[in-house]
Design a binder for this molecule. Structure first.
Ligand code: ATP
Length: 324
């Protein structure tokens, strides 16, 4: 089987809500692909359609070129973590996996091997009800890996993890991709995918906003900007702006400058006797790149995400209308 996930012109509506709206993308083997978008963007619905749990209104959701319902041995073809809480609390972690393993003819040794691999070897005989969210995520990942599938779908696996858990899962996901698997990981926070995703599929309101490698996204967001530190921020901003640069203050002593090369900035500040240090090419963070990417996508903004400025403007407009 090819280790791929293909979504083609996928659409799903619940009543008046269009959850997925003509979405197309491909997840390739050997990579961690981040599936990013705010709450309600349609990520879980897309994953559910890939796993045959929701039926598309139109379009296709394929694992290794086939619909889930037609897979002969699903656990050996795709592993999924949709809801880490979906484990019976009185069942021991190891028993939960044994039940799943035996129902598919996998040996008990496979369960112990996986408990070891996800760091639950010593907790396997404890009841799942006593597990932290992080431990349940690990148990869910072990369940997804039981059949050694080439394709993995993980819905918000970082959610609720502590910093140690986040570090663990990032390394673990990279390891799964290095083994040649296609790994699709959803998150509503771009920062959660920092250091683990190679590729990103960004969605908003059920539609595709970007399908890009992380490296390309960061390079385009970093642009030709230069970052520097200065104890004379106002003077530096005025001087560089007069020379045609666009200058943004990132902090009390840090500026990001675009429109002028580093050498010219150094020459101008030196000639103007404006103190500065730590000057160099600006490297955008994934979060900055994400903000830039979604800035112009008006339909991407949710009602909750509206700023106070919007509300103030609306109120001002309403007051104006009331007056006239
Ligand atoms: N079974 C359902 N019935 C009605 N509406 C639904 C159903 N499932 C999802 N929706 C709606 O579809 C939209 C997309 O939801 P979905 O859960 O796929 O988004 P998401 O990107 O996974 O968000 P989250 O991070 O909150 O899970 C939302 O408006 C949601 O309320």
């Amino acid at each position: 089987m090819q280790a791929t996930i293909e979504v083609q012109e996928l659409r799903k509506q619940f009543g008046q809500t269009v959850a997925v709206d003509g979405l197309s993308f491909t997840v390739r083997p050997g990579q961690v692909t981040g599936f990013v978008g705010p709450n309600g963007a349609g990520k879980s619905t897309t994953m559910r359609m890939l796993l045959g749990l929701d039926a598309p209104d139109s379009g296709q959701a394929l694992i290794g070129g086939r619909r889930y319902a037609t897979l002969r041995r699903p656990l050996t073809e795709v592993g999924a973590l949709l809801d880490a809480a979906a484990v019976h609390p009185s069942r021991r972690g190891r028993d939960h996996l044994l039940w799943l393993a035996h129902s598919h003819g996998f040996p008990s040794a496979r369960v112990d091997e996986l408990l070891e691999r996800v760091g639950l070897a010593s907790a396997g005989r404890r009841r799942a009800g006593s597990y932290s969210l992080g431990m349940r995520q690990r148990l869910g990942i072990a369940a997804a890996l039981l059949g050694d599938p080439p394709v993995l779908l993980l819905d918000e696996p970082v959610n609720g993890l502590d910093p140690e858990g986040i570090r663990w899962i990032r390394g673990f996901l990279r390891g799964l991709a290095r083994e040649g698997r296609a790994v699709l990981v959803s998150s509503h926070l771009m920062s959660e995918l920092e250091d683990s995703a190679d590729h990103l599929v960004v969605v908003g309101r059920g539609r595709l906003i970007a399908d890009t490698s992380v490296a390309e996204l960061l390079a385009s967001a970093s642009g030709d900007r230069v970052a520097l530190r200065t104890s004379a921020r106002t003077e530096a901003m005025g001087l560089l702006a007069r020379e045609g640069a666009t200058v943004a203050a990132d902090g009390p002593q840090s500026l990001t400058v675009s429109g002028l090369p580093t050498e010219r900035i150094v020459a101008l500040l030196t000639a103007g006797e404006v103190p500065f240090s730590e000057i160099g090419a600006h490297r955008a963070t994934l979060e900055e790149a994400y903000m830039e990417l979604t800035r112009d996508a008006a339909e991407f903004r949710t009602v909750e995400a509206r700023t106070d400025t919007d509300r103030d403007t609306d109120t001002a407009n309403e007051t104006e209308e009331a007056r006239s």
